[in-house]
Design a protein around this ligand. Structure first.
Ligand SMILES: Nc1nc2c(ncn2[C@@H]2O[C@H](COP(=O)(O)OP(=O)(O)OP(=O)(O)O)[C@@H](O)[C@H]2O)c(=O)[nH]1
Length: 629
């Protein structure tokens, strides 16, 4: 019996992948993703269901209407445009008539004849069009990021105009049979992290390139950590499979050690073997990108407010300041006023990634803009303003906010302790940590200890564990994920320390492993809700009542047992009756205030209660934290 991939079957039946997953859910069939395989029996069943449902599930027959997208060829496939069943009329029940689950009431909406047999998928209030996915490629040095991008660019980007030179704009659009895919072509994770460090997330999907002859390397792990921190779906491209020494199986096995389990091993990680040299597998990779994008259901409104991110900024000797902007929401037009940070500009000219002049650009379009006077930095958010006056107002507000933040930062400059990082006692918290140590042995040892120290109250998330001093990339990751960098036997460089200071990232260094563990131990304990119990301290007999003009009546007493402490709980008994419960707010030996008075001594006790009498017994106790198992 042969198995079939879900998306292959979906394609064959002309059903979109979402619908296919809905059917599988209905049948209770387990799957990891649309590239999981299903048994032949199930395939037959699905074919029957699709045939029975007929037109109501057909997605491929409806013509695509590209909403305001600049390039019709660039619009996602027709499958995204589903035929919508007629809406079910709903009678809104009054609160008192709200139906109890499972018990139909009179007010419960009853499907009319016009209603479809199958439950209608919840249509968004406003049908926002799909947008193309934005993909970033990350990986270890020399694993082939540039080569892979080049291969895709050369095979997938429409030929440039005669004589024209495709300028490097930091991103390009590739055409595939499934629609447009936008690649951020600044290889390495630097661009990606700088963008994220500024609070913007530009990539929808991360491709992690791993060379088949080299497997996982330090920067591969970093790239994975960055993608995980950004919570973007990851696809692994095992590159250089054309090499005789290529060992894709080893890469897959190594990935499992990072808890990333490839689909064929039963996990949900998509792994595609490719060669940037021969082009083998690149088609599959693009297909998987489109599938992932489809599942992500990426949408943006070309008619909404404009929002974008700077991918790159530079000064061109002839043209002046050029900025590449990724349009994320809305549409940009030549002549629009844009605000970036504390600067603004008016779009004088706009070019697409192919170097062609354009007048407007919709979502998921990288455009190069001429019109800024200052070079914007990658990752800065861009917004539009109605006119110059509005742009200036936005900037004035930003300047105010920045000044306030600077003042607040100054006030907070005092070194934070690790306890501060873990936050208030009693809250269930996830602590993000980046671990740097001198040897692999120390890294593993510390990780092992940290894992064992985790409790239900405190989750420890080691985002990245590596050998050697922390890098600027670590600081960027830490600043975006609010992580703390723990160093064992390694010291950050001056540049890294400076960067950490400017970004408010804590780097803690230790030379003795037990000190680090002690601290972690203390922290974990400190985060568990403490349990207190009352503990008896001592007893005193009131021998005389002293009237004090300011403090009221003071009980001149003799400590008959144990000791009495200031701030201790006090219970006063007269005969067999408890006449007062309160706190010892003051304790004196002659004229001096004291913290504690032992058995056999006289003292003055202030209970902040004026009815104390000679012969009363004052019993003191205190609340003590109990060690928990
Ligand atoms: N045989 C073979 N060689 C490849 C393949 N992909 C890349 N290379 C070679 O590997 C080397 C590194 O490729 P690059 O594309 O520069 O790698 P990179 O990851 O972009 O490197 P950095 O930009 O330095 O981080 C080059 O010599 C490429 O020709 C491939 O699929 N097969």
């Amino acid at each position: 019996m042969s198995k079939v991939r879900i998306y292959t079957l979906a394609k064959e039946l002309g059903v979109d992948n979402h619908k296919m997953l809905e059917i599988l859910d209905g049948l209770g069939v387990a799957y990891k993703s649309v590239s999981s395989t299903i048994e032949e029996d199930t395939v037959e069943l699905i074919k029957q269901i699709v045939a029975e449902e007929g037109a109501s599930v057909t997605g491929g027959e409806v013509a695509e209407t590209p909403a305001a997208a600049p390039d019709p060829a660039a619009v996602a496939p027709a499958a995204e445009q589903r035929e919508k069943p007629a809406p079910v009329p709903v009678v809104e029940p009054a609160p008192s008539q709200m139906p109890i689950e499972g018990q139909p009431t009179e007010a419960e909406p009853v499907p009319t004849e016009a209603a479809p047999a199958a439950p209608a998928p919840a249509a968004p209030a406003k049908e926002i069009p799909h947008r193309a996915p934005v993909v970033t490629i990350m990986g270890h040095v020399d694993h082939g990021k540039t080569s892979l991008l080049d291969y895709i660019r050369h095979t997938r980007v429409a030929a440039k105009e005669a004589g024209g030179i495709t300028q490097h704009v930091g991103a390009f659009e590739a055409k595939t049979s499934k629609g447009k895919i936008v690649f951020i072509d600044t290889p390495g994770h630097e661009a990606f992290t700088t963008i994220r460090a500024r609070g913007a997330n530009v990539a929808d999907i991360a491709i992690i390139v791993i060379a088949a002859d080299d497997s996982l390397m330090p920067q591969t792990r970093e790239a994975i950590a960055h993608a995980q921190a950004a919570k973007v779906p990851m696809i692994v491209a095992i590159n250089k499979v054309d090499l005789p020494q290529a060992d894709p199986e080893k890469v897959k096995t190594d990935l499992t050690q990072l808890n990333l389990v490839p689909e064929e091993y039963g996990g949900d990680l998509i792994v595609v073997p490719v060669s940037a040299k021969t082009g083998e597998g690149v088609e599959d990779l693009l297909e998987y990108i489109s599938l992932t994008a489809e599942l992500e259901d990426l949408r943006a409104d070309p008619k909404g407010n404009f929002g974008g991110v700077i991918i790159e900024g530079k000064v061109d000797k002839q043209a002046g300041v050029l900025a590449t902007v990724m349009v994320q929401e809305g549409t940009l037009h030549v002549g629009d006023f844009l605000v970036v940070g504390e600067n603004y500009g008016k779009i004088k000219a706009m070019t697409d990634s192919n170097g062609g002049r354009i007048k407007e650009a919709g979502p998921s379009t990288p455009v190069q803009i001429l019109g800024f006077s200052e070079v914007p930095s990658s990752g800065e958010k861009v917004q539009s303003a109605k006119n110059e006056h509005a742009a200036r107002e936005v900037i004035a507000q930003r300047v105010d906010v920045r000044r306030d933040e600077e003042d607040a930062r100054e006030r907070r400059k005092a070194q934070r302790s690790l306890e501060d990082i873990l936050g208030p006692i009693g809250e269930v918290r996830t602590v993000n940590l980046i671990l740097r140590a001198d040897t692999q042995g120390s890294v593993e040892a510390i990780q092992g200890i940290l894992a064992r120290k985790e409790s239900e109250e405190v989750k420890i998330n080691v985002m990245l564990a590596g050998i050697g001093a922390p890098t600027e990339g670590d600081v960027l990751l830490a600043s975006t994920a609010e992580a703390t960098i723990l160093c064992f036997s390694v010291t950050p460089s001056g540049a890294v320390t400076k960067m950490a200071e400017s970004k408010g990232v804590d780097i803690k260094s230790y030379r003795i492993i037990y000190e680090m563990i002690d601290e972690v131990d203390r922290l974990i304990k400190g985060n568990i809700e403490p349990v207190f119990e009352e503990q008896y301290l001592g007893r005193a007999e009131v021998r005389m009542v002293i009237r004090h003009p300011k403090s009221g009546n003071i009980a001149g007493s003799y400590v008959t047992d144990g000791s009495l402490k200031r701030n201790a709980k006090a219970v006063v008994t007269r005969g067999k009756q408890v006449v007062y419960e309160g706190t010892i707010i003051g304790l004196k030996r002659f004229k001096d205030d004291v913290r504690e008075v032992q058995q056999g001594y006289e003292c003055g006790i202030n209970l902040d209660w004026n009815d104390v009498m000679e012969g009363d017994i004052i019993e003191a106790s205190e609340m003590v934290e109990v060690e928990q198992a």
